[in-house]
Design a protein around this ligand. Structure first.
Ligand code: MEV
Length: 382
């Protein structure tokens, strides 16, 4: 079969015509593409601009989990998922906890990091002794980009150097820490790193002309591992209150069995992955509804679940006397402005339904959705 070139340059009709040359598609299938594209030209144009080579739009159910009490405030939480039972289960747990104090969430940190990986033959001693001056030069190189962020109390919070020469000759990493206020920050971080690159190279060249080879930037990119952009969410109740949902078990049996299920997820990687998947059922659905980057959050969450060298559950349980406490700690790097959150009309609406939260508030709501969907899953499993 011949390879087609220039597909991206074609208009939608032409793209579909080319596709039909390669793949047998009948008229009914073609009209499916236009049905899902819809008639609203303005919206369609907006959505198409999010990605490339678009021939239609892909619909998913947009649902609501009502009655989410998070830090004393009731939310109706939008969820977009293709999996049946996720919204119902999450809503079930939200309702159960709503008259028991609800979800108590707190932000532990909001730091994000970008990295410049580079090699240089001048040695770590020189780099370290000049690092304070280099840091100032790098900050100055980004001033125009960070000016707006700084007005909101955000921007670059620190720059540190890691020496990786034990693993690879003359190889170092610049770690640039950011606070990005209500944006997820990927664009800002990557732009700042880009403007630091030439500054780093010229600094080393001018300062150390005697070093025979010039520094080489290997790459510069934000890190999606954000263990310091962290939220904790907790529910707690008296064990006797499980009588409402414990089915054939006594409240005490229910609490003990729930505890065993969580301990299994802490100890057993097969179970831990499925357990955490149940958390992401709730989290991803809210992230998709708001146009947030769920791949970044998932990748980070799973890496964080392995931070001690062994993959384990993201939730923890404590039963003390008659009191049941269930906690989720999860890194969530989210935005409520910028990117798809500000372009996709339904993402904007989803945020509006939640009262246009700040990024921190959204982190807390999303963590509650994750804890709720996991709680409901464990309840039905046991
Ligand atoms: C299914 O999408 C999610 C569950 O498997 C999660 C779990 O087992 O905890 C039910």
């Amino acid at each position: 079969m011949q390879i087609h070139t220039g597909f991206s340059k074609l208009n939608k009709r032409e793209k579909i015509d080319i596709l039909r040359k390669y793949v047998p598609l009948d008229e009914e299938q073609i009209s499916l593409l236009s049905t899902f594209r819809g008639n609203d030209r303005v919206t369609n144009d907006l959505i198409e601009k999010l990605s490339e080579n678009c021939i239609s739009n892909y619909m998913l159910p947009f649902g609501i989990a009502p009655n989410f009490l998070v830090n004393g405030k009731i939310y109706f939480v939008p969820m977009v998922t293709e999996e049946s039972s996720v919204v119902a289960a999450t809503a079930y747990a939200a309702k159960f906890w709503s008259d028991k104090g609800g979800f108590k969430a707190r932000i532990i940190g909001t730091k994000k990091t970008g990295q410049i990986y580079f090699s240089w033959a001048g040695g770590i001693k020189k780099l370290q002794s000049d690092f304070p001056i280099l840091k100032e030069r790098l900050r100055a190189a980004t001033r125009l980009l960070t000016a707006n962020m700084e007005k909101r109390g955000a921007g670059i919070s620190d720059i540190t150097l890691s020496n990786n020469t034990l693993k690879e000759n003359d190889y170092y990493t610049l770690n640039v820490d950011f606070e990005t206020a209500d944006s997820m920050g990927a664009n800002l971080i990557n732009s700042c790193l880009e403007s630091m690159k030439p500054e780093l190279l010229s600094f080393l060249k001018d300062k150390y002309p005697e070093v025979s080879s010039e520094a080489e930037i290997i790459m510069a990119i934000l890190s999606n591992y954000t263990p310091d952009c962290m939220v904790e969410c907790q529910v707690e109740c008296d064990i006797s209150q499980f009588s409402q949902i414990s089915g054939g078990l006594s409240p005490d049996q229910f609490a003990r069995k729930f505890e065993k299920a969580v301990i299994i997820a802490r100890e057993n990687v097969q179970r831990a992955v499925t357990h955490n998947k149940g958390i992401f059922n709730g989290i991803d659905a809210v992230l998709i509804s708001t146009g947030n980057d769920f791949r970044a959050v998932e990748a980070c969450g799973h890496a964080y679940a392995s931070k001690d060298g062994r993959y384990t559950s993201l939730t923890d349980i404590e039963i003390l006397e008659n009191r049941f406490k269930y906690t989720l700690r999860i890194p969530l790097s989210l935005g409520t402005v910028g990117g798809a959150t500000s372009v996709h009309p339904l993402a904007k609406l989803a945020l509006q339904i939640m009262g246009n939260p700040s990024a921190k508030e959204l982190m807390q709501i999303v963590a509650a959705a994750g804890l709720a969907s996991n709680f409901a899953a464990i309840r039905s499993l046991i």
